[in-house]
Design a protein around this ligand. Sequence first.
Ligand code: ATP
Ligand code: FE2
Length: 322
Amino acid sequence: MISLGIESTAWNFSIGVVSEDEIIALEGNAYSPKEGGIHPREAAQHHSEIAGDVLKRVFEKVSSSEIDVVSFSQGPGMGPCLRIGATVARAIALKLGKPLVGVNHCLAHVEIGKWLTNAKDPVTLYVSGGNSQIIARRGDRYRVFGETLDIGIGNAIDKFARHIGLPHPGGPGIERLAQKGKRYVEMPYVVKGMDFSFSGIVTHAMRLCDEGYRTEDIAFSFQETAFAMLVEVTERAMAYLERDECLLVGGVGANKRLKEMLETMCKERDAEFYAPPAEYMGDNGAMIAYTGLLMAEHGITMETQDSQVRPDFRIEEVRISW
Ligand code: ATP
Ligand code: FE2
């Protein structure tokens, strides 16, 4: 079976085509705000302007007659952005006369991670702009065992980065600054049960920079503290669930220091650490195509009239039959 998948939840409009064995095509066009963070309507405008070109590039690599199913990111995400992807998907499905599959974006991050690393039953740390969750499968659902109580770690990093004049997205810039940090400065470490919070760190880090602390030291301390919180809860979930695999996914997963900290934790517990290549960590159409393929193979498709987007769609809502 060959599945075409469209990702458009936020900054990236990306289309992937996959079979059971390989990624056949992946083309995209990222929106980057002129200033500030992502403006949902501006991003949606961007997606609608470039969608045709991205699709054209995909169909230069694969013939439309080979497509068996059309998948799209149904949520969670920004309503205006999601609607562009869903509209394009409906149009292609109708034109080709093929079934449509609405995919949960968080589930797609997890599934492509498992596919590309061969992890079997991991505890997954999913860290992106809008989301920070610790996820593991139990029976026929993925469950969230811990998550952020306020903003995602990526948004926290981006907000701090903007404050010190770095462009959006701030993750790579903060990572580079942090590598030059020498001195650890205490930051709020907020873990409540299995959940955590990042807004306190952001406010504190911004204030220290305003007071004249070296931005390198603050970026370093920010990463050390926030990542330690994530690693602590991931480790507790692994102990509680008795799992010996840890999978890292989501855009923030590109960070080398976070990978290193998780690797160390896994080594100490005699567990395996898995992370897909950086290209598939952040939002991409291949993850939607692959998850859509799994769903379609298990008979989960939808009628066009049921394909409304779901901006608050949670991973637990999906019954897993594979
Ligand atoms: P979601 O809808 O899943 O929340 P998203 O729209 O936030 O996804 P992703 O591509 O999964 O998109 O993640 C983007 C985030 O990853 C941004 O906040 C960005 O700053 C962050 N990021 C990218 N590279 C790095 C890095 N090297 N270190 C830390 N953060 C990074
Ligand atoms: Fe994402």
